[in-house]
Write a protein that binds this ligand. Structure first.
Ligand code: HEC
Length: 270
């Protein structure tokens, strides 16, 4: 028993210590996303950005358009028009059309037409599915990733990223964001007598070209998009929380009645 307790406490202790050590090891820049799944307007704006700018390469193959329309209170007809971009089947040979499935219906999964092999050829890597990306990367990472694309002429796509070094993805939101370069400052560290200089990102950018949105508006738009990605990672969350509250209220009520009944039963025993 003691052994088990010892092992348990060591594992419980080591987890936080390990993450603390990691956090201090790379003090990478992380911006904070403001996630609010109750804000359906934000989720709808995020959904629109997602289908317009991401769904051409990334799939969200665990989700159906209909589910999104239902959860975000989008009229199904409107959703079919605005969310689903039907591929041009007339230009495809038969096997390709079959692979993609007939023109997308509202009940279809959010898949993409791109083949993994083509993606490897074009981007050097298979484009990952984004259904559960918010659960593996976290909202803050996604927000940082989408707001820190910067111009880097040494990269094939002409851009690099502060959160994902040497990323293979082009800056697809550049029209909204503009093209920018991070501003660094030199920080001197004194460690055991030797002085080293490191370049630290100031959190600010130099804009080479302005985007359609101001930097503040761009961040708001990305926040909407990340909000939608978080929703996508667990579409049942909204409903789960709602049901959870009802269940707790019900249990509270049950407790009251159970207590009253217990009092009634034990009244004569005492
Ligand atoms: C032109 C195709 C293309 C488009 C459009 C695109 N991406 Fe990507 N994306 C890629 C590729 C390729 C990678 C893989 C990069 C790598 O591994 O170097 C990637 C990687 C990512 C990753 C990192 C995944 C990981 O490995 O953790 C995220 C997050 C992401 N994309 C989000 C988005 C979002 C959000 C949009 C819409 C605003 C978008 N992408 C639009 C091609 C694209």
């Amino acid at each position: 028993m003691k052994k088990i307790l010892f092992i348990l406490s060591v594992t419980l202790l080591c987890g936080p210590l390990y993450s603390l050590a990691q956090a201090s090891e790379d003090e990478a820049y992380v911006a904070k996303a403001d996630i609010n799944l109750e804000n359906k307007d934000s989720l709808r704006r995020g959904a629109r950005l997602f289908v317009n700018y991401c769904l051409s390469c990334h799939s969200a193959a665990y989700l159906r358009y209909k589910r999104v329309a239902d959860d975000l209170d989008i009229d199904e007809k409107l959703a079919a028009e605005k969310l689903i971009f039907v591929a041009d089947f007339s230009k495809m040979d038969e096997s390709e059309a079959k692979r993609q499935g007939e023109p997308k219906k509202i009940g279809a999964l959010m898949t993409v037409a791109m083949r993994a092999a083509d993606s490897k050829r074009w981007f050097g890597t298979a484009v990952p599915d984004l259904s559960v990306i918010a659960r593996s990367r976290g909202a803050d990472w996604l927000y940082t990733y989408l707001t820190t694309f910067y111009v880097d002429d040494t990269r094939p796509m002409g851009v690099n990223n502060l959160a994902f070094h040497n990323v293979g993805m082009p800056h697809v939101l550049w029209e909204l964001d503009g093209l920018k370069k991070p501003i660094y400052e030199t920080v001197k560290n004194k460690q055991s007598g030797t002085e080293t200089e490191t370049q630290v990102f100031t959190g600010k950018f130099d804009y080479l070209t302005e985007g359609k949105l101001s930097p503040v508006k761009y961040k708001e738009a990305v926040n909407d998009l990340v909000n939608f990605l978080v929703y996508m990672g667990e579409p049942g969350r909204l409903e789960r929380q709602r049901i959870g509250i009802i269940v707790v209220l019900f249990l509270g009520l049950l407790l009251l009645f159970a207590y009253l009944m217990k009092r009634e039963f034990w009244k004569d025993v005492h």
